[in-house]
Design a protein around this ligand. Sequence first.
Ligand code: FAD
Length: 475
Amino acid sequence: RPLIVWFRDDLRLSDHPALHAAARAGAPVICLHVLDDTVGRPPGGAARWWLAQSLRSLAAGLAAIGGVLTLRRGPAVKVIPEVARESEAAAVYWNEIAQAPHQALETKLKGSLAKLGVDPQSFPGDLLASPGAIRNKEGRGLRMFTPFWRRVLALGDPPKPLPAPKALRAGLALASDTLESYGLEPTRPDWTGGLRATWQPGETQARGRLRDFLKTTARGYASDRDRPDLPGTSRLSPHLRFGEISPRQLWHAARFAAAEDPALASGVEKFLSELGWREFCRHLLFDHPDLATENLQSSFDSFPWRRDETALAAWQRGRTGYPIVDAGLRELWHTGVMHNRVRMVVASFLVKHLLIDWRQGEAWFWDTLVDADAGSNPANWQWVAGCGADAAPYFRVFNPVLQGEIFDPDGTYVRRWVPELKHLPAKLIHQPWKATPIELASAGVELGRSYPCPFVDHARGRERALAAYAKIRKG
Ligand code: FAD
């Protein structure tokens, strides 16, 4: 009897515990993906595009070792027992997802499959440490990153990644939905040109990106990672989001590279601690399934957010009049990602200068990021807004001009994404309103026409934010 391997956020062949176990069992293997928007948070537009490419790549990878990817739409709680019955499968194997709605589904499935005489087997998922392993004395998850990460490091190296199966015995050919019927890719208008020009989803590309990062960028990672004008980071986040590569593959490859070349040591440790933030966010989500909707600090529940659709639209379109903010939002729209430093700056601008609820920014990121992650996105938004775990204090308001001058000193990043400012000299590029009429004219900038005037004045925006914060502190 065949075994079913159910693929979810683990669209790869190597280091895939469920696939590895099924291949070793020697029985025919049915590889199954189910598009189920009823469990967890349905992916946004950009992530749906990525998912389609990643499934194509997974299907090709499976075909190369004799496997076939079967696609089915519908609630997994019904579809999986149906496929098990249809194929007379002996077992269903999957990798766990440590998130409440997915765990509830897994529990239900275990019950219904067992009733059918099908053996449900689940394997550790995509975390370096299971949330149950990192608890405080009261049995709760940790709210501070540094002690959390210390505890993860103290667990020692995670198990070595598993190899990809060399061959699969394909199970009986089942009816499959088409990828087109999944409806993941937009047709009219097709807004994915920028995504296609920027990314190649898939396991092979993820591994290539990791290799290139360790060969080149990792050396300067500790200092360059904050510079949006430099290729200073790994750009692995969407590959990690869809499980095209696993955290323990990153861990072992990075540690091996540092052992071979001690000059990489500091970059590698910093890189692993950033991976630790992903882990931290996932653990927070495990303990707080409503992370995307509820303030972790309830004192923020009465925060006087403003509803301002005009300001929100200007922010979303990258037309706030602050060049570093606008560059970030345009980069996001075009490529489906934004540099981490700039994510912090634009999020702070929305929440503090515009006093718009962090949930509105989070929702925009959710729809436009290819790496939109149910843990990292809300946890980072809450971190910036000051209501999250180990959060930046609300009263620390990023100055977008200074952030630009420090992290994009020549204005290279702004010039790339806000081309209407590209002829301004570096000293003015982060504050075009300081330019004289002659300077503006010689750079071809018409402030208020070709590029907007600042939406709010920094000093006034800051004061307004602090006054709003004072209100909730008074209670
Ligand atoms: P690298 O610097 O190469 O880091 C390696 C990996 O570590 C990343 O791929 C990512 O998995 C992880 N990582 C790095 N920084 C963080 C962080 N602050 N929090 C969690 N994990 C981190 N990251 C997402 O993957 N998905 C999101 O939806 C997301 N939303 C964010 C929203 C806001 C407001 C902010 C400030 C940050 C957000 N991040 C998110 C974190 C971070 O910006 C991205 O992970 C990073 O920019 C990805 O680029 P990289 O792969 O080159 O990162």
